[in-house]
Design a protein around this ligand. Structure first.
Ligand SMILES: Cc1ncc(COP(=O)(O)O)c(C=O)c1O
Length: 448
């Protein structure tokens, strides 16, 4: 970065002034000048505290795993009499997110595929969703021969914008997948209203939002289907795993079938020959269920902590001309799987990468951006080449979708202007307030 005359004056004026002032004021001003100097330029780091450690599991998980190992079988079903872990997990999940039918499965991706299949999505059916998400949100739509349709997002919620969703609705639309990105609840009321009006299935992808609440209710309890991930990096986990849940009398009973090769498991033995659906094996074992059942007991504590820290950080970085903090509704609880804020690059000298590097030097654990491009820009979308280089439903004329023509300007801007900060329950508020001070310091330094 080139040093302009203005940079020089900003960096040196307080120090110059300090030399002309007598006594303690001079000292205070000199120290203000020193602390305004970026750590990357040799100034003091804004973050002096330690981020703390996430205690993710301990003797309680070990004890529950031992109880599972004492069972005669580790299969999730086996009558659910002798095998207790999946039943325990489901019981606790229902306490957390009251849904009538709950199925465990092997991943969040599996949960979403099961949801799409159980919702009856078939060849050419359109499913509206977000272009900023893990690919696991999307693969199930494609495997069921549906068509992902990408709507644009709120500038600082990073979640589906209901108006954009409405513009995407066609006679072929069958479902909406609302992803609660970063742990910030989507505005579900207008999405539910659209779903009701157009008879669409609303699927909530809660993979990043364990413990988050929309107007006081747990995410996953408002749409027709809830999908959660227990993948290792999530708020709670089991190494891998997933949960899919519904209270819909048509969808709910189909969840087990689509997670277990078509079996209904209402009677001992196989039933896939009678249920006649093509479904994969997405089962989760008793070992993962045992582990996850204990993880669920930890959830409220860690979710509450993340919610408090996230709100504190929003407060710290609000009212800066060059920073757009995440937009979390006052009545909602965000649980910050990560903390994402945006830069107004027109209000800054320098690039996002320079901003992120300066923040890192201050001691903030962060990175520029999230996923590299919106999902529709991935090569196999641009080439419509999902299945061995082909996309049969397009060849058959069941869709005219052309991903080379799709643009979601806000989503693209979110990805090119965002900074992704690590936030977790091992951190304390003093540390998070220092992270806020670091953002303010760097923003001030780069301000135009
Ligand atoms: C929003 C979202 N949806 C779906 C998934 C897929 O979950 P899994 O990795 O358990 O398959 C993830 C995982 O990162 C995710 O973040």
């Amino acid at each position: 970065m080139k040093l302009t005359r203005r940079d020089f004056l900003v960096a040196n004026s307080a120090a110059l002034l300090a030399t002309q002032l007598p006594g303690p004021l001079a000292a205070a001003d000199a120290s203000a000048a020193a602390s305004a100097k970026l750590a990357k330029d040799g100034g003091p780091r804004a973050v002096t505290g330690k981020p703390g450690v996430r205690v993710r599991w301990d003797a309680r998980e070990k004890a529950q795993l031992a109880a599972a190992v004492d069972q005669p079988s580790l299969f999730y079903w086996a009558g659910r009499g002798a095998n207790k872990q999946t039943a325990l997990f489901i019981e606790r999940f229902k306490q957390y997110c009251p849904r009538e039918y709950v199925a465990t499965c092997s991943s969040g991706t599996a949960a979403l595929h099961i949801a799409i299949a159980a919702a009856g999505i078939g060849p050419g059916d359109e499913v509206i969703t977000t272009p900023i998400t893990d690919i696991g949100t999307i693969t199930g739509i494609l495997f069921q021969q549906g068509v992902p349709v990408f709507a644009d997002l709120g500038a600082a919620t990073y979640n589906l914008d209901a108006k954009s969703v409405e513009r995407c609705i066609t006679p072929k639309t069958k479902a909406i997948i609302a992803v609660h990105l970063t742990g910030n609840p989507c505005d579900l009321a207008p999405l539910k209203a659209l779903a009701d009006q157009h008879k669409l299935i609303l699927i909530e992808d809660c993979a990043q939002a364990w413990g988050a609440k929309y107007r006081g209710q747990p995410v996953g309890s408002i749409g027709h289907v809830a999908c959660y991930s227990l993948m290792d990096s999530k708020h709670i986990g089991a190494g891998d795993g997933g949960v899919v849940a519904s209270s819909d009398p048509k969808i709910g009973p189909a969840l087990i079938k689509f997670s277990d090769k078509g079996n209904e498991r209402t009677t001992p033995g196989y039933t896939w020959d009678k249920t006649a659906v093509l479904a994969s094996n997405y089962r989760m074992s008793e070992l993962q269920a045992a582990f996850a059942a204990v993880q669920l007991e930890r959830l409220e504590g860690l979710a509450a902590k993340r919610a408090t820290l996230g709100r504190a950080l929003i407060e710290e970085i609000s009212n800066l001309p060059s920073v757009i903090p995440p937009d979390l509704h006052a009545a909602d609880r965000g649980t910050f799987w990560f903390f994402y804020f945006r830069l107004r690059l027109d209000k800054l000298r320098g690039t996002r990468a320079e901003f992120a590097d300066a923040l890192k030097a201050e001691g903030v654990i962060c990175a520029a951006g999230y996923i590299p491009v919106p999902v529709y820009k991935l090569p196999y979308f641009q080439q419509h080449s999902f299945f061995a280089g082909r996309w049969p439903i397009k060849e058959l004329g069941l869709t005219t979708m052309d991903y080379t023509k799709v643009t979601c300007p806000e989503a693209e801007a979110i990805l090119t202007t965002g900074i992704n900060c690590t936030l977790h329950e091992g951190m304390d508020e003093a540390y998070i307030r220092e992270v806020g001070a670091a953002v303010r310091k760097v923003a001030k330094h780069f301000a135009v």
